[in-house]
Design a protein around this ligand. Structure first.
Ligand SMILES: Cc1ncc(COP(=O)(O)O)c(C=O)c1O
Length: 387
């Protein structure tokens, strides 16, 4: 049994960005990494590499490609050939490479806002237009949820060359259903729009939720999809920068690979070792325990907001360790991010960085021990009570 209730001190004993960006009196609940050590088989594999002592150039071996392909088959009955699996230096690099390879000066990228802040950087990094497809919020009591407006989806997505899907969605925690994925894909195919599906959070499932990769829906859809996955979020090794692009269609894979080589994006050997151990199945017991713990944290967060934070609304995330809190009715002047940083000494992610629709909201990272989660929420509650 893994003990997720005790987390190592990251502020003094590491250069953790999450724990060192703000001054020592600030409690960090922002950046998307968890406070838990990675599972033993990954640490053991990395230790073996260190013990060997020679840290020379390495590459993604056919065995690693096969390990990734087999994981897709085991998890989703999705058969991909190992050669369709390319190692990338991360998911952000993966979709940026895709945008460079396929977008045009006037036909850029579409994103479903509010969405992961780095999605908004593609337009700047690649020099292409961005089209927003806002998700529509609905409110029931203090619970909020978001849906696709299909008319807006089609109207907007047909203006672009690439639809960048975030599934499961950061920061909203949505897992899109097969029906929704099918409809999105059909519209994209109709308008000759490439789908790049960021599935980095796909194994962080809460409760009994299930996940289907966009490309798994049908062989026809698969031809139009670049799937991006990584062990980084699931097994908490994001600092090793290793992910995978799965591109069964050769006509997409070759230009993607060419662009990647052009940019000299080589994955570090430690990331490859970690990925091999992570996707081999040896860490799945740890992952099941993690999911149970994170589900408990999600429920704790939703209960806490419901009981102790009047006029604050929350999502009930289906996946990820990211919550999304709505303070638009809470009587806070200015942004809730500034309010909590100043008055609660808690650093959250400012909702505005995820798109205009995110203003008045914050993203909260609950990938930590329940004790620390409660400590952060208590600080926020006290600040709210003082309004
Ligand atoms: C949806 C999403 N994509 C990509 C990333 C980052 O991926 P990488 O560090 O592999 O570039 C994150 C990190 O928070 C994320 O939430």
């Amino acid at each position: 049994m893994t003990n997720f209730t005790v987390t190592p001190n990251r502020r003094n004993a590491s250069n953790s960005r999450k724990w060192t960006r703000y001054s020592k009196d600030i409690f960090p609940m922002w950046l998307a990494d968890m406070d838990f050590p990675a599972p033993r088989p990954i640490l053991k594999r990395l230790q073996q590499a260190v013990d060997h002592g020679v840290l020379g150039y390495e590459f993604a071996t056919p065995a690693l490609q096969e390990t990734v392909a087999l994981r897709m088959e085991r998890l989703y009955k999705w058969k991909v050939s190992p050669e369709a699996v390319l190692a990338v230096t991360g998911i952000v690099s993966g979709y940026t490479v895709a945008a460079r390879a396929f977008c045009l000066p006037k036909k850029g990228v579409a994103i479903q806002t509010p969405v992961y802040n780095e999605f908004h950087e593609v337009k700047n990094n690649v020099g292409i237009p961005q089209v927003d497809i806002p998700l529509v919020k609905s409110v029931k009591g203090n619970i909020i949820s978001y849906e696709i407006d299909w008319d807006v989806f089609e109207k907007q997505v047909k203006k672009v060359r690439m639809f960048l899907l975030c599934n499961p969605h950061n920061p909203l925690g949505i897992i899109f259903s097969r029906k929704e994925l099918t409809r999105m894909a059909e519209i994209c195919i109709k308008h000759n729009v490439l789908i790049v599906s960021d599935e980095i959070h796909s194994e962080l499932l809460l409760g009994g939720n299930k996940f289907t990769p966009m490309a798994r829906i049908s062989r026809e859809i698969e031809k139009h999809v670049i799937t991006l996955i990584a062990p980084s979020k699931t097994f908490n090794v994001p600092g090793l920068f290793c992910g995978f692009a799965i591109i069964p269609n050769k006509d997409l894979r070759e230009p993607f690979e060419k662009e990647m080589n052009h940019l000299c994006l080589h994955v570090g050997s430690m990331g490859l070792h970690a990925a091999n151990a992570a996707f081999s199945g040896q860490c799945d017991g740890w992952l099941n325990e993690l999911r149970r713990y994170l589900t408990g944290n999600r429920d704790f967060l939703v209960d806490y907001v419901t009981k102790y934070m009047p006029n604050v609304r929350t999502t009930v995330p289906e996946a990820t360790y990211l919550g999304w809190l709505d303070f638009t009715q809470a009587g806070i002047e200015g942004s809730p991010y500034d309010f909590f940083l100043k008055n609660a000494k808690v650093a959250l992610s400012d909702g505005g960085i995820f798109g205009r629709e995110g203003e008045g909201h914050v993203r909260i990272n609950f990938g930590t021990s329940r004790k620390l989660l409660k400590e952060g929420l208590d600080k926020m509650r006290k600040a709210l009570d003082s309004i």
